[in-house]
Design a binder for this molecule. Structure first.
Ligand code: SF4
Ligand code: SF4
Ligand code: FES
Length: 529
């Protein structure tokens, strides 16, 4: 570990790294040591083109770029001298020579690095009289990204992203020298599973997403930490919220899970949180065969009452339980205890399968498939067999993934059940055949943990409140457990306590629970995740 001096402070940094990388590794970059930079990005190759990261290195006459100067034992760096400041002002003046200065109508305003550094290092008036370059504006690069070529500062982050991360290489530099521009070939648009990350890494307003642009000014948004629930990778996201509404997901850095990226499909999954497809009313099917809105708590109690009569009539093994891999570990631990307490005939979890790749996207299309399995929920097959062959008379079903083609493929088989209790976030064909329907919270609306495909347990917490009555699955199941008089449900549902209890009772979770996982998650014992 070389020892270097930065602005008079001695710090130890990893060997074989450049100054920016080393400061990033020890968490000091832009967090105690401010070195402005455009072209450098922690997860891309070094370009060294923008020249904004100039610093003084003792013993070297010329200023050096921090992104491509390796640290050495005893190196002394100054990032805050008058000479460094003058150099940055010069770089900023050049970058602004052709910039359209359309901040008032630019959707990047508020999170634009050109705007930020122009305030800090910019000169107040332009010294050029020549007209600025007129280039392409408001161009579709593909189905997800809009491009404003005039705003581009040619940092080439987007070019390196496309060639180095998805490996698709759509964005290129065309022409040379001061005629250089970023673009795509007309017959090779920007279309890959990670395309929208280019808007996150573009330091200016040249690349913006079709989905988010002009929806809201970013200074009205608050970022809440969250986990994408689109697949079992569990990518970390910032949930952009204003007035209890979710406007976007952007990646939240976690080097053990998703680096600084998320896939496009996961990014768009924020729409499920407040969308029109949410299940909003609890209902109980009455004698006329219609779902009647009985109120939330009454529906939960009615579910327990009907379940008790089914058990009295047909025995506990006529009940089957199907977990949702979208629910939290704490929800599922509560379901596990309910299933065991009832003596259910079978339980399992239905997980929808889909596309995967070698980067982030996992085949399990739910955030907590690994957690469900660690809590002893096996494949859905034995549960679905009991439903199909009539051995099951009553079913408690979380979510609607059992309707996928790979499982039941529809609701027909469920019509043979005498009692179907459904807890779900979204509307589906299930609630048309269910006897009791109970809306529950999305992972972005509750406390708990999710276990990703690699065994990393990650925390979720409420970013928004549902505008209708909805509890977490664990709360609903706890009330049902209480109404059925089962042991272990007396104390109600406190996710932090349930999480600790789970870590004491389930060896797979030993020592890992809500209070200790932190904002970057923690691997289960024996996992490297
Ligand atoms: S479009 Fe953005 S990311 Fe790409 S080179 Fe221009 S400024 Fe950099
Ligand atoms: S890879 Fe999976 S978890 Fe990550 S953003 Fe995409 S869908 Fe979400
Ligand atoms: S960040 Fe160092 S040259 Fe661009």
């Amino acid at each position: 570990m070389p020892r270097i001096t930065v602005n008079g402070e001695i710090i130890e940094v990893p060997d074989g790294r450049t100054i920016l990388q080393a400061l990033d590794d020890v968490g000091l970059l832009m967090n105690g040591v401010d070195i402005p930079h455009y072209c450098w990005h922690p997860k891309l190759s070094i370009d060294g083109s923008c020249r904004l990261c100039l610093v003084e290195v003792e013993g070297i006459p010329k200023l050096q770029i921090a992104c491509n100067t390796s640290v050495q034992e005893g190196m002394a760096i100054r990032t805050d001298t008058e000479r460094v400041r003058k150099a940055r002002e010069g770089v900023m003046e050049l970058l602004l020579v052709n910039h359209p200065l359309d901040c008032p109508i630019c959707d990047q305003a508020g999170e634009c690095k050109l705007q930020d550094y122009a305030y800090e290092y910019g000169v107040e008036a332009s010294r050029t009289r020549e007209p600025r370059r007129a280039l392409k504006k408001n161009v579709d690069l593909g189905s997800t990204i809009k491009f404003d070529q005039e705003r581009c500062i040619l940092c080439r982050r987007c070019v390196r992203f496309c060639s180095e991360i998805p490996g698709t290489g759509e964005l290129r530099v065309f022409n040379r020298g001061d005629a250089s521009v970023i673009d795509v070939h007309p017959d090779f648009p920007l279309e890959n599973d990670y395309s929208m990350n280019v808007a996150d890494i573009c330091p200016v307003g040249a690349l913006t997403t079709q989905d988010f642009r002009f929806k809201i000014r970013v200074w009205f948004l608050e970022d809440a930490p969250g986990i994408c629930t689109g697949c079992s990778n569990g990518c970390n996201v910032h949930i952009g919220v204003a007035n209890n509404k979710v406007y976007r997901y952007v990646p939240r850095r976690n080097d053990d899970v998703n680096d600084t990226w998320i896939c496009d499909s996961g990014r768009m999954s924020y729409k499920q949180i407040g969308g029109g497809a949410r299940l909003k009313e609890a209902g109980v099917r009455g004698e006329a065969g219609r779902l009647e809105n009985t109120g939330y708590e009454a529906a939960v109690r009615e579910a327990a009452k009907r379940l008790r009569s089914m058990i009295e009539e047909h025995g506990a093994d006529s009940v089957v339980v199907l977990a949702s891999a979208h629910a939290t570990n704490e929800d599922l631990f509560t379901l596990r205890r309910l299933s065991d307490g009832l003596g259910a005939g079978a339980d399992g979890v239905a997980v929808v399968q889909g596309k995967s790749d070698a980067l982030l996207i996992q085949a399990d299309k739910a955030a907590n498939a690994a957690g469900a399995r660690a809590l002893g929920f096996g494949p859905a097959g034995p549960v679905l067999d009991r439903i199909r062959d009539g051995r099951a008379k009553a079913a408690i079903v979380l979510g609607h993934d059992l309707l996928d083609e790979s499982h039941l493929g529809g609701t027909e088989a469920l019509e043979g059940l005498d009692l179907l209790i459904v807890l779900d976030v979204q509307q589906s064909a299930l609630h048309k055949v269910a006897d009791v329907v109970i809306p529950v919270r999305h992972a972005a609306e509750k406390y708990g943990t999710l276990t990703n495909h690699a065994g990393r347990v990650q925390r979720v917490e409420p970013a928004v409140e549902p505008a209708w009555e909805a509890w977490s699955d664990g709360e609903v199941l706890t009330l049902m457990g209480q109404a059925l008089g089962l042991e272990g449900f007396e104390d109600g549902y406190d996710p932090a306590k349930i999480s600790e209890w789970m870590s004491e009772r389930v060896s797979a979770f030993a020592g890992v629970h809500l209070r200790v996982v932190g904002d970057q998650g923690r691997p289960l014992p024996g996992e490297r995740a």
